[in-house]
Design a protein around this ligand. Structure first.
Ligand code: IZC
Ligand code: ZN
Length: 414
């Protein structure tokens, strides 16, 4: 073994290589007095300190780094399955507009919102964006995030969308946090195409999506299916074109208005539908029937002062639910996954066990990584959080503090 974690008060993890739904979302493994062995960056051994002590001891060689967890809780590293990590500038100026009562879509229609971040992102160099993204990833890691997804969508032209995606590729290669890339050129209609939105959709379908695919710069294609942004028909067309180029569909669906985004996502065979604040009963049923993962973003509801997605109903209807931050400069300027976890319990009424699955294995499944991370099982990446907490309830209840004591990524304390 390269590393052995001893004196784990409680090990809590979901189990398996795929999303957990319905009652299975709360069926997690809870092992008191656990021990974990790590070899070559992967989990090599998981057991109980007493029962498996001999095995644990023989697993330790001279070179083994021993970590005494001091009776603390250990979980898988957190997976933030929905972020807009790479962007220029911030949008603190919109706070005053919000306080005056302007809505998110009012600000976007007036040329602010996403379009203001597009201006700043286009103006930033690749190096500047790497430097900023790297600092943000380090902050995420300090909260326990070991894998995150990142979406483009602040370039809205060939050069700047590819620039954003190259930044993500560099970040993935240079930062300990794994970064999984999603192309989201269909995030807004850029100002150049205000008078001819079809021209932008043609550009996406005929030029930018094929280029992203050719250069292997993204695994997924997402779209903002929303009032005044992209209609369900436009979304379907773009996502099906992306799928033909090998990009797996995802969708921002029913975030602000119930436009049938969930049904659209189910219809195109998306891996996930995200937000779903206003998803209809039919939409939820469509997700359950087609096995689309719901990626819910409670910090966005909090920041936009909107209702919270009907997570309880989704779990009870057999939809696999993941929870993420939606970190972005407009509607969720927080990358704190622990805050999203608190809200998942307090506002979504998920149990701690369901919420743990939502921020680990189900998040991993939403970005096609459930065979590599999201649970503490032999063969998976050694991505772990040692919490300043004696049990699982504690981390969902003590909001406002950073409770991550140590974070281990690929077998290394980071
Ligand atoms: O920059 O406003 N909802 N896209 C869809 C966002 C929020 C990000 C932004
Ligand atoms: Zn988003």
């Amino acid at each position: 073994m390269d590393m052995v974690l001893t004196n784990i008060g409680l090990l809590a993890t979901p189990v398996g290589n795929s999303a957990r739904k319905g009652a299975a979302q709360r069926e997690i493994a809870l092992i008191p007095n656990a021990v974990i062995g790590i070899k070559d960056g992967k989990i090599a051994f998981v057991g109980r300190e007493q029962g498996d002590a001999q095995q644990a001891e023989s697993a330790q060689g001279d070179a083994t780094q021993l970590i005494d967890c001091g009776g603390r809780l250990v979980t898988p590293g957190l997976v933030d399955s929905h972020t807009h990590l790479v962007f220029g500038g911030w949008r603190q100026k919109e706070l005053a507009l919000k306080l005056e009562g302007k809505s998110y879509l009012d600000i976007l229609k007036a040329g602010g919102g996403i379009l203001s971040t597009v201006e700043h992102t286009r103006a930033a160099s690749e190096d500047e964006l790497v430097e900023k993204g790297s600092a943000l990833l380090s902050e995420m890691l300090s909260f326990g995030v070991t894998t995150c997804e990142a979406k483009s969508g602040y370039g809205l032209n060939m050069a700047d969308e590819l620039k954003q995606l190259r930044v993500m590729r560099t970040l993935n290669a240079t930062h300990p946090v794994d970064v999984v890339s999603t192309f989201m050129g269909a995030h807004a209609i850029p100002v150049e195409y205000e008078e001819g939105r079809d021209g932008y959709i043609e550009l996406l379908i005929n030029e930018i999506i094929p280029a992203v695919s050719r250069e292997g710069l993204a695994e997924f294609c997402d779209i903002f299916c929303e009032t005044a942004v992209f209609t369900p028909d436009e979304s379907r067309r773009i996502l099906l074109a992306a799928a033909r180029c090998g990009l797996t569909p995802k969708a921002h669906a029913d975030e602000i208005d119930p436009v049938g985004g969930a049904e659209m996502a189910a219809g195109v065979g998306a891996i996930s539908a995200e937000h779903l604040i206003e998803a209809s009963d039919e939409g939820i049923k469509a997700l359950a029937d087609s096995g689309v993962i719901a990626v819910l973003l409670p910090a966005t509801s909090f920041y936009l002062d909107k209702p919270f997605a009907r997570a309880r109903r989704m779990v009870d209807s057999g939809v696999a639910v993941a929870v993420a931050t939606d970190f972005n400069p407009g509607s969720s300027p927080s990358l704190n996954m622990q805050f999203a976890m608190n809200l998942a319990c307090l506002k979504y009424k998920l149990t701690p066990a369901e919420a743990l699955t939502a921020v680990t294995l189900n998040g991993a499944a939403a970005i096609n990584r459930a065979d590599k991370c999201g649970s503490i099982e032999v063969g998976k990446q050694a991505d772990l959080v040692i919490w300043d907490a004696p049990d699982l309830e504690y981390i969902f209840y003590r909001y406002g503090s950073n409770l991550a004591h140590k974070v281990i990524k690929g077998g290394v304390v980071v």
